[in-house]
Design a binder for this molecule. Structure first.
Ligand SMILES: *[C@@H]1O[C@H](CO)[C@@H](O)[C@H](O)[C@H]1NC(C)=O
Ligand SMILES: *[C@@H]1O[C@H](CO)[C@@H](O)[C@H](O)[C@H]1NC(C)=O
Ligand SMILES: *[C@@H]1O[C@H](CO)[C@@H](O)[C@H](O)[C@H]1NC(C)=O
Ligand SMILES: *[C@@H]1O[C@H](CO)[C@@H](O)[C@H](O)[C@H]1NC(C)=O
Length: 579
């Protein structure tokens, strides 16, 4: 990596930071991303969920639909079509969402993948079989008409079938797919996993990066970059070097996007450090949450509005949409979603992930005997670790905190992401890992029976207390299980037992896997945010299968509240009743 280039880029980025540019639209479609149809349909609130309209299929070519709408608007004062006529217009020119999929049962699904045998508890084993069955329900194949007539769809064509998260998410999602693919590999569904990875490689070749999800309204924002780790998982399962060789240049292309388009440089005691942030330079409402974004911006100036919309999209890019984690703290505890300034934070988890990507890209180059390239990536990882230690690491508290670029201070609130560098193994001394264990124990994050909450702040947003999310549990557990001390490893097991217990109890009650859970209660799905909790659910299933695989000989279905001796004192001291 050429550091001089990064510096130049930083200057360019800094110029953008004054937010003087005109608004860039979320995509080029005048139907799905901008324009009067989107505006009027969403404002009329014809559907419960703004995502419904932008997932509909056109019955006619876009210019015909636009012309028909222009004609229709001429019949009404101020060009505003009343709801009944809007509905009629939609019936004539649009189809219900979901028509772009063919039924598809993954052909590589089979009954008894071998990991099931390692699960000792009979009830958990039966349950794991049911989760394994769910892949059949979540498989989707995109109709070839999407390839032949992309202009009629918001769905982005991808050449291979996908496993979707479930519920309202009628398309592939980027970071979700990492845990889905890990689950598929345990389920011995290598072809399906391979196809999903091929789809992502296709998207990098088409866009230069991977969009948030498989819809054109996600075209200008990404999500936490997990593709390199997907390829790593697949390589570990198959040892397929030719696959690795073909994928590597595409992975590097995606990496370049993050370096060129998402870098920030920060000077600490005279040393300039380059790290990454989420930053989507698109100052219009999210088409799929259009009215939410309009309403949130009421009363703001044009400039404030544009900035808010960019930072909401940057929040979506972070995967944490939305969270008090991205609020700037002018109003202290009275902060609201309006205070979201995602791009003004240097996030601990994004940089941990990129560090792990750099190390993984280095290892791929070593495997393929290109030691010069391997060295470059190792140097990039070393530089990043140094920067993370200078900017994010707090030696007294023992964790890595997001750095606020406005105040030049760390955000010392508790989030599981403060421990992401443990998961990524991106820190320089074993002592730091052990300090991180002590940090978690005293953070307040362990005082709940069902898992580690996303924060300790009850903001009403879905990436906050009391919700706990599968990927965050998995990253904590996986990270701690890799540490030396028995203490750390027992903590990892304990968190796995809690999480599996929660998923299992909720399954017993609802016969469903949820996208998130409540840290309180007995097997309760999570809530809050912009939409109802969703069933399915891709990453939940993937994480559950991975934990059942990792700890299959120890996990039990019936031990809630009895195990985990060292958590009890914490629970009691926090005055929590959970039995
Ligand atoms: C719009 O109106 C014009 C004039 O009445 C008509 O010729 C045209 O066919 C209409 N277009 C559509 C798409 O309805
Ligand atoms: C049309 O717009 C004008 C000016 O904005 C407004 O005063 C009037 O009430 C509007 N009429 C309707 C029917 O919405
Ligand atoms: C990344 O930044 C470059 C300019 O440095 C710009 O041309 C390109 O469109 C950006 N890519 C994306 C996907 O935003
Ligand atoms: C928060 O809101 C309350 C009630 O409106 C007010 O009394 C308090 O001063 C506010 N706190 C801050 C830090 O703005």
């Amino acid at each position: 990596m050429d550091v001089r280039y990064l510096l130049l880029f930083f200057l360019f980025n800094a110029a953008l930071d004054s937010y003087v540019n005109g608004a860039i639209p979320p995509c080029d479609s005048e139907i799905y991303c901008t324009g009067p149809i989107l505006h009027q349909v969403q404002k009329a609130k014809l559907y419960d969920d703004d995502k419904y309209f932008v997932d509909m299929k056109l019955r006619e070519a876009p210019d015909v639909v636009l012309a028909a709408f222009r004609n229709l608007t001429m019949e009404w004062p101020n060009a505003t079509v009343p709801p009944v006529q809007l509905q009629q217009f939609l019936s004539s020119y649009f189809e219900k969402p979901g028509t772009e999929f063919e039924e598809w049962t993954p052909p590589d699904w089979h009954d008894k993948p071998s990991f099931l045998e390692g699960i000792t508890d009979g009830k958990l084993r039966l349950w794991a079989e049911k989760i394994h069955q769910l892949w059949k329900q979540l498989g989707r194949k995109i109709h070839t008409s999407v390839k032949d007539h992309p202009e009629l769809y918001s769905q982005i064509y991808t050449p291979h079938p996908v496993v979707v998260p479930g519920g309202r998410f009628r398309e592939l999602y980027y970071w979700d797919s990492y845990w889905v693919i890990n689950g598929l590999l345990l389920s011995e569904m290598r072809d399906t996993a391979h196809g999903m990875i091929q789809n992502f490689l296709y998207l990098v070749n088409r866009y230069g990066f991977i969009p948030n999800g498989g819809r054109i309204y996600y075209e200008r924002r990404s999500q936490p970059p997990f593709l390199t780790l997907m390829v790593e998982s697949y390589y570990q399962a198959t040892k397929d070097k030719e696959f690795l060789r073909a994928a590597l240049p595409v992975l590097e292309k995606e990496y370049q996007f993050w370096i060129k388009n998402r870098s920030v440089a920060v000077s600490v005691s005279g040393t300039l450090h380059v790290l990454n942030h989420y930053y989507v330079h698109v100052g219009l409402p999210r088409p799929e949450s259009y009215t939410d974004d309009l309403e949130l911006a009421e009363g703001l100036s044009d400039e404030q509005t544009e900035q808010l919309w960019m930072d909401l999209k940057s929040g979506a890019e972070s995967g944490w949409d939305f969270s008090s984690r991205w609020y700037v703290s002018d109003h202290g505890p009275n902060n609201t979603l309006k205070d979201t300034r995602t791009s003004h934070f240097v996030p601990s988890d994004l940089n941990a992930l990129l560090c792990r990507n750099e190390k993984t890209l280095a290892s791929f180059h070593r495997l393929l005997d290109d030691s010069d390239s391997a060295t470059l990536y190792e140097q990039a990882a070393a530089r990043r670790m140094e920067a993370m230690e200078a900017l994010l690491w707090d030696d007294e508290r023992g964790a890595w905190f997001d750095f606020n670029l406005l105040t030049h201070t760390k955000n010392i609130e508790f989030y599981p992401s403060n421990l992401a560098p443990v998961w990524a193994q991106c820190y320089s001394t074993a002592e730091m890992g052990e300090k991180a264990v002590q940090y978690l124990k005293t953070s307040g994050g362990l005082q709940f029976p069902n898992g580690v909450p996303t924060s300790l702040s009850q903001s009403g947003q879905q990436w906050d207390y009391p919700n706990a999310w599968p990927p965050l549990q998995h990253m904590l557990i996986h990270g701690f299980s890799k540490l030396e001390s028995e203490d750390a490893q027992e903590l990892a097991f304990d968190l796995a037992q809690r999480w599996i217990g929660t998923n299992w109890l909720a399954y017993e009650k609802y016969e469903a896997m949820f996208e998130k859970y409540d840290v309180n209660g007995d097997g309760k799905p999570g809530g809050g945010g912009e939409y109802e909790v969703q069933l399915g659910f891709g990453w939940t299933n993937g994480v559950a299968l991975q934990l059942l695989d990792q700890y299959g000989s120890r996990l039990t279905s019936g031990s809630r509240g009895l195990c985990s001796g060292f958590l009890l004192p914490l629970l009691i001291s926090a005055d929590l009743v959970f039995l």
